[in-house]
Write a protein that binds this ligand. Structure first.
Ligand code: SAH
Ligand code: SF4
Length: 351
């Protein structure tokens, strides 16, 4: 098994209040809150916390190292999309994307380095699994993006970067708590995207924070879905629908279904009918996104006129459907498949 925690000391955003307090022994007790506020509300480096003695600033910076090193940073869409490829302490690579819209600023975060789910059309899946991210590695992605978004407030988070969030449940959920409790995001502005890890959906149903749930469906009959998403053999559509139903009923949150439109595979009239039958009882919103090409899957995304007719078919069946605009296509920044391309091609230079 690959190691889960490659870093011996807690990284800056892995450390909890107790660990910060332990590093502040001999200091006045208010220092703990001062440091915590500096890290989580002011998004500052300890070296910037001028209310602390100089030596303490240096000590904290060394004791709680950052987890992410910027390997590449690129922007697109007139500066409204920023993509980072981060190198972790053990050399693993993960991606983060920041997207600025008129009404919100969204970060797309990774939950694992690589992914073990093996979806055929996904670049991350094609690259295999490296390891789970720690809570701090997840939270720090948010902090980097939030600093870059200033003076705008980073308002939304989607877990649609690398990895399957519900396969790293405990660390993911602690990160969600940090985002909510310490970084001030409300649960309705957090979205977990899953390929359909049914036990994870069930745990999230019982969790205290009702986040939005997105399920990457891509096919609504078991034969086709198992070919695209191997996990479907373990948790077929019937089990997935039951778990989704319970989620919606218990949390009151809207469910969304993600559907990458693949030429001749899942963009047919029959596919639209099957999707409508799956979505309607769950009152789910459908997000359509034309497939982005990846090196290991040689089928194209659906043509624009097919995307239009597929959308129209869903709508006339009564399904709420939108076509997602792909952000940052010129920098491989469609959420969920950037780092894998980089691994294969080698990192591109900064700038
Ligand atoms: N593992 C989770 C979250 C990360 S993937 C999940 O699968 O939901 C984020 C989204 O990107 C998912 O909806 C996934 O299906 C989609 N995706 C993956 N590869 C894609 C591709 N080549 N084109 C379009 N969307 C893709
Ligand atoms: Fe993993 Fe999601 Fe890619 Fe499937 S689509 S391989 S679950 S990241």
């Amino acid at each position: 098994m690959p190691p889960t925690y490659p870093v011996e000391v807690p990284t800056r955003y892995d450390a909890d209040r107790g660990e910060i307090a332990a590093a502040l022994v001999g200091q006045p007790t208010y220092r703990v809150e001062q440091v915590w506020r500096g890290l989580y509300q002011e998004l500052r480096d300890p070296s910037e916390l001028t209310t602390l003695p100089t030596e303490l600033r240096r000590d904290l910076t060394q004791r709680f190292p950052l987890a992410l090193e910027v390997a590449t940073e690129r922007t697109a869409d007139d500066g409204e999309t920023t993509k980072w490829l981060f190198k972790l302490a053990d050399g693993a690579l993960v991606e983060t994307v920041l997207m600025e819209y008129d009404d919100r600023v969204t970060a797309c975060l990774s939950s694992q380095a690589g992914c073990a789910m093996g979806c055929t059309f996904c670049a991350t899946g094609q690259g295999g699994f490296t390891r789970n991210l720690t809570t701090g590695e997840i939270v720090e992605q948010f902090v980097v993006a939030a600093r870059a978004a200033l003076p705008r407030r980073l308002s939304n988070v989607v877990f649609m970067g690398m990895g399957e969030p519900l396969a790293n449940y405990d660390r993911l959920y602690r990160a969600i708590e940090r985002l909510h409790d310490d970084l001030g995001l409300s649960a309705r502005r957090l979205t977990v995207s899953t390929v359909g890890v049914v036990p994870g959906i069930r745990r999230l149903t019982e969790a205290a924070l009702p986040v939005n749930l997105a399920v990457s469906l891509h096919a609504a009959n078991n034969e086709d879905r198992s070919a695209l998403v191997p996990l479907n053999r373990r948790y077929p559509l019937e089990a997935l629908a039951d778990a989704c139903q319970a989620y919606v009923e218990t949390t009151g949150r809207r469910l969304s279904l993600e559907w990458a439109l693949i030429d001749g595979v899942n963009d047919t009239v029959r596919a639209a009918e099957e999707l409508a039958s799956f979505a309607l009882p769950l009152r789910a919103h459908v997000n359509l996104i034309p497939l982005n090409p990846t090196p290991g899957y040689l089928v194209r995304g659906s043509a624009p006129e097919v995307v239009r007719s597929f959308t129209a078919a869903l709508r006339s069946a009564g399904v709420n459907a939108t076509v997602r605009r792909t952000r940052g296509v010129d920098i491989d920044a469609a959420c969920g498949q950037l780092a894998a391309t980089q691994v294969r091609l080698g990192p591109k230079p900064l700038g």
